[in-house]
Design a protein. Structure first.
Length: 442
């Protein structure tokens, strides 16, 4: 809906070039890119705390993608959201917990001095003839561009069948250890056999409980390149190791749960083909999350449940509105894991550079043809945009450079010579927050 707000009225509100909604991995990473490019008229709006969704994970849950600084020629950490940090180096963890990863994101915010505003609820996003009007819990913001990085899976799918209210969704469990302490010796039934379901089963089995995992498809039986559709190698290996040590886990495939009944304190999980699981322990729902873009749903066109985007991750129906997060897809490949998000960042920032006309910061002169030519020929050209662009493992890393050759555009395949020291410094900054025993933290 286009608001009937005059230009004079719009100017009375706080005015920003870019508003990023959400301070998770996508929002923080995009904010760091904007900071590197020298833009100062932007803000990251977060209703909770930085990395809030990661902080809500059960204590035992960990990232499935391995985190490590990789090699000496500059390949970044798979779970990093910037080119100058490494969660592995900062946290000393290969598979950080949600709380640890949220701490890493907070460290990135502090290191880059990002303009994150926590406790700000975006209540509505409405189109305006010169951008967007955001009504928030702390006031009204007029923004030329909006990057929606608030996530697409915020609402748990906790009502998939009748009687689901008798169960507990895995996202509402703070700790599997605390959950297990409230259980009796009966088996624990987990409905759903993807990552979160198997992770719950492994954690509960480690605590000495028998677990039934019920899933219609049985994803543990299949292998594929996309961990969003099958179990990741990390989880598959954990499951295999558990079976080798006789873990009390039973995997029940081909059964779709129809309902859950409760009688005299006993839960009856009833499935297809007469299957039934009785237990005095509250069943666990690992049924995923409802998909949707919330406040900005109406500004996107959807096809088969997927928001339709331009090649620069801009809404096909609402110019100036960009999407960053797990539902971004190109050529059938979803950008649902952190390792892919760097590509998403650069496409969005390229669009901002084309649209924004702030002198000596962004330019509209760089056409797609120029970028394609630059990457294919590695040519040097003069331009107002002062950047170093490196092509590394199909990821584009944008870093502003300073030096005597101002206005020089350089293309390099290996950025380790300019980025390694800053990457280490940034990681050390996060280490100082994480480890109180370091001399700098005392």
């Amino acid at each position: 809906m286009l608001l009937t707000v005059t230009s004079e009225e719009a100017r009375k509100h706080e005015s920003l070039d870019v508003s990023i909604v959400g301070a998770g991995a996508a929002g923080v990473g995009l904010g760091a890119v904007l900071a590197d490019l020298g833009l100062d008229s932007y803000a990251i709006l977060e209703r909770g705390e930085v990395g809030a969704s990661f902080q809500q994970w059960p204590e035992e849950m960990r990232l499935i993608t391995p985190s490590f600084p990789s090699n000496s020629f500059g390949c970044r950490d798979l779970n990093a959201v910037t080119t100058d940090t490494s969660p592995a180096f900062a946290l000393d963890r290969e598979h950080p917990t949600g709380a640890e990863y949220a701490e890493y994101l907070q460290g990135v915010v502090e290191f880059h001095d990002l303009p994150v505003r926590t406790g700000v609820e975006v209540e509505s996003v409405q189109r305006h003839d010169d951008g967007f009007i955001l009504h928030t819990s702390t006031g009204v913001i007029h923004s030329r561009f909006v990057i929606w990085a608030a996530g697409q899976f915020g609402q748990p799918n906790d009502d998939p069948f009748p009687g689901a209210n008798h169960c507990v969704h895995n996202s509402r469990v703070e700790s599997w250890s605390a959950f297990a302490d409230e259980c009796v010796e009966d088996p624990i039934v987990v409905v759903g056999g993807y990552e979160s379901g198997v992770d719950a089963a492994l954690a509960l089995a480690d605590l000495g409980h028998e677990v039934f995992v019920v899933d219609e498809d049985g994803p543990w039986q299949f292998r594929g390149p996309d961990p969003s559709e099958v179990l990741s190698p990390y989880t598959s290996q954990r499951l295999q190791d558990a079976f080798e040590h006789d873990a009390p886990i039973a995997l029940e495939d081909g059964i779709r749960v129809r309902r859950v009944d409760v009688e005299d304190g006993t839960f009856d999980v009833i499935g297809t083909d007469g299957a039934s699981f009785n237990t005095r322990n509250r069943p666990v729902l690992a049924t995923g999350f409802e998909s949707g873009l919330g406040l900005v749903d109406e500004y996107f066109e959807f096809e088969n449940g997927q928001p339709q985007l331009t090649e620069r991750d801009e809404s096909t129906t609402t110019p100036g509105l960009f999407l960053a997060g797990p539902q971004v897809a190109h050529n059938g490949q979803k950008f649902c894991f952190i390792v892919f998000k760097g590509q998403n960042f650069v496409r969005i920032m390229y669009s901002a550079m084309r649209y924004t006309k702030a002198p000596n910061r962004f330019t509209s002169a760089l056409s797609p043809e120029f970028w394609r030519s630059a990457f294919t020929t590695r040519q040097t050209t003069e331009d107002r945009l002062l950047c170093l662009i490196s092509v590394r493992q199909s990821k584009l890393l944008v870093t502003p450079t300073r030096g005597p050759k101002r206005g020089r555009f350089r293309i390099m395949a290996d950025a380790s010579r300019h980025s390694r020291s800053s990457r280490i410094d940034a990681s050390r900054a996060v280490i100082r927050r994480h480890n109180p025993h370091t001399p700098e933290a005392r």
